[in-house]
Design a protein around this ligand. Sequence first.
Ligand code: IPM
Ligand code: MN
Length: 357
Amino acid sequence: MPERTYTVAVIAGDGIGPELVESALTVLDAVTSTTPFALRTVAVDGGAGTYQREGAALSDAGLAAVRSADATLKGPVGLPHVRMPDGTEAGLLGGILRNGLDLYANVRPVTLLPGVESRLRVEPGAIDYVIVRENTEGLYASRGKGVGNERAMADTLLVTRAGCERIVRHAFDLALRRSGAPADGVRRVTCVDKANVLRSMYFFRSVFLEVAEEYPGVEAECRYVDAMAQALVMEPEHFDVVVTESMFGDILSDLGGGTVGGVALCPGGNIGDARAYFEPIHGSAPTLAGQDRANPLSQILAAAMMLDHLGEPAAGDLIRGSVRTALASGAIRLRRDGTAEGGTRAVTDAVVGALGS
Ligand code: IPM
Ligand code: MN
């Protein structure tokens, strides 16, 4: 009998989502066969397919299931042709889950794993930072609220003091638990903004610098987002934890993915004070769906982050260790576009095969 059981809501999503989630659940099954805890999974329908069938991307019952779970594992959602009357995508769950459940920290590790060839000339280990993206305000707070007409359209970027303080604290608290930047071992939080141009961004930076005073053991620095895009390519080893507004974090996390073998290797957590869900940072790649071609590592690594969040970091480490071993040994081989040789099931088998080795 397991000593403890966690309830996990599972949203398979659209496109490649179901096969990625199946892969991650296979890995979780293998892991929990040896751990003192168990997972009880509850399938929840959500995404563009759900919108087409039910008229909403997530039903009230689905939201209630996510609310009452200990954590949620979510596949990528959205289909390009499934749109709202205003032209934005209908199948996305960000507005419902991130804002609806107040999951204000979008935590996105960018790590160059052994055996993965970066497009940059860097050693494995040289890229290991975490983007902490503010997830409930910024420019995307305007989701569904843009105003205008056929001649002009405006979206508003919102920064509140409370929103800023909590995301900046999340970033510094994370830096305290990490071992610093690869280049120099210095615990560092980099604030990324556009404080030279926008008042909202000057405000974000001012609150960042105020909160930084509470963390004398962590270096605080600020960069403009344009310079940061260059720095993440030219000197990625300098960075440890990066905190930023939602749209900047959205863009920079894909840029970061491009330096570590592609977004197909990149997981993320959407974390609030009470609830959290874990997902790949990429989309549902409908053209790859159903062909056993998608690389499931982002989803498998998202499952590992979920285990950390549930308070089972040893199990999370087991998965991450196994992914590293499988990549380093050549049991998983990635193509330059981020897809995996052998396909989704072969990668899953390689990760399961390397567990505990
Ligand atoms: C992401 C995605 C979403 C976002 C989209 C699909 C709304 O790009 O999670 O990065 O911008 O947050
Ligand atoms: Mn994105």
